[in-house]
Design a protein around this ligand. Structure first.
Ligand SMILES: NC(=O)c1ccc[n+]([C@@H]2O[C@H](COP(=O)([O-])OP(=O)(O)OC[C@H]3O[C@@H](n4cnc5c(N)ncnc54)[C@H](O)[C@@H]3O)[C@@H](O)[C@H]2O)c1
Length: 298
């Protein structure tokens, strides 16, 4: 290995001098310069913003609501699980967070619009949408029914698309842009588990990844960022309460288990993506799964 001639690596010219002064304003209009960057603790704040979190009454959704509200956002939980939602709102108001609940089914376009209207009426704007409501079933392909397919695909995919449509229309009306973040899954990459048996869910979450990428082209010029976050398997109510036939349970148990994630660990990533820390995310899928899609263990 030969010596490096500093002249080949850098010129100690005025650009480098400005670096030493911590001032990168060398490209007027293009860079803001390090002297003027806001502190990171300010960039994670969401004061004055209003968010909707679908499926926010429990599990990952509730963890996201908690983080967004902690960062200063007003939050509306849109969910069907009334008892869970009411308990969540009661708990979060003990922390003085501004959180409200609106009961709506994300498969129903009229109810979606009503949820958006409620949010604007209560808090004055809609700036952030988290499309998180979702569900899944684990079955052999030959056992899935048309009803299973419609339920899974409509909640995960149709709900995400039409909620995004209604929210984006509202954001455009406000003229202040916005942030949309979709919850996907390792299933979006067909890496859900060792045995599969989740084809409708995998199709739906792959579809959510597809509309995230596609819509980013249309939404970027409107000042709206749309991204997706991919969690690992998590211990949640939904995660713990789906039914599975005994033969599938036995098959699953014959493979080594993969560590589960904590919903709050994923919620932190979602909060980052919709804050000014994540200002460059557009049409991105952020995999925050601790390596579980590769079946990595400690
Ligand atoms: N738990 C996991 O292992 C895991 C892994 C990867 C991705 N995910 C995804 O994370 C998201 C949250 O899952 P979770 O584990 O917290 O599940 P969860 O069942 O605990 O919470 C989901 C919430 O969505 C709500 N919901 C379902 N259908 C709805 C509808 N039609 N309209 C309105 N609300 C509806 C439910 O009432 C519930 O409150 C889902 O999109 C799920 O696919 C979960």
């Amino acid at each position: 290995m030969g010596d490096i001639n500093p002249k080949d690596v850098y010129e100690f010219d005025e650009v480098y001098e400005r670096l030493l002064e911590m001032d990168l304003n060398g490209v007027p209009g293009l860079t803001k310069g390090l002297k003027n960057v806001p502190p990171a603790k300010d960039l994670v704040r969401l004061d004055g913003k209003t968010a909707i979190v679908t499926g926010g009454s429990r599990g990952l959704g509730l963890a996201i609501v908690n983080r967004l509200a902690e960062a200063g956002a007003n939050v509306v939980i849109v969910d069907l699980a009334v008892e869970f939602a009411e308990s969540a709102v009661a708990y979060l108001s003990t922390k003085n967070y501004r959180v409200k609940f609106f009961k709506a089914d994300v498969r129903d376009l009229k109810q979606i619009q009503e949820a958006v209207d409620f949010t604007v009426k209560e808090f004055g704007s809609l700036d952030i949408l988290i499309n998180n409501a979702g569900l899944w079933k684990i079955k052999h392909y030959y056992d899935f029914t048309e009803e299973d397919w419609d339920l899974i695909v409509d909640v995960c995919l149709k709900g995400t698309f039409f909620f995004t449509q209604a929210a984006a229309n509202q954001m455009v009306k406000q003229g202040t842009g916005g942030r949309i973040c979709n919850t996907i899954s390792v299933g979006a990459y067909s890496m859900e588990n060792y045995i599969g048996c989740m084809a409708p869910y995998t199709a739906a979450k792959s579809g959510v990844l597809g509309i995230t990428r596609s819509l980013s082209r249309e939404l970027k010029p409107l000042g709206i960022a749309i991204n997706a976050v991919c969690p690992p398997g998590m211990v949640t109510v939904g995660g713990g309460h789906f039914s599975m036939d005994d033969d599938l349970k036995a098959l699953m148990a014959s493979f080594p288990s993969v560590p589960l994630g904590d919903p709050d660990e994923v919620a932190r990533v979602v909060a980052m993506v919709v804050s000014d820390i994540g200002v460059l995310f557009h049409g991105s899928d952020i995999v925050a799964d601790g390596g579980t899609r590769w079946q990595l263990r400690k």
